[in-house]
Unconditional design. Sequence first.
Length: 154
Amino acid sequence: MEDKNARRIRIEQLKRNMKKDIKYGELFGECIDVLDVDSRIYSHEKSKEIVKRMVDEYNFSKWGRVDWKSIPHRFSINNITELNTYTIASNKNFFIIWNEYNLPVVETTIGDIIKNFEDIIAVAFDTWIVNFDEGIIIENYHEEEITIGKKGSK
């Protein structure tokens, strides 16, 4: 128990230091503040690797959107809370990737993403939420379109 408490304190210290040392913008800072303490913020190098993997695994249009025709199972939702009706375990980790590539990739649970979705999408115009193991990608397009896709079988 002490280990977990010590980790929480250290993460809070790192969050404060990150805000002082690196300026990713106020909206990014607010987003990080609301996310669960167990969320991970990746380095610039690791973030580039994750973005490259997303681009390698999913097709994108020349406008930077997911090429949804290449995703066999896809659907749109009006509100992120609609994900609660699908069989995605709330404790599954997902990567949050913004179209502002100078921002680090953040990893947190889908439950945390649903709970803090408005703060997450406020950071940049377009946002992708990806779980490579499950083959799931969620795109929040800046025109208020939320599309979910899953590679492979349903």
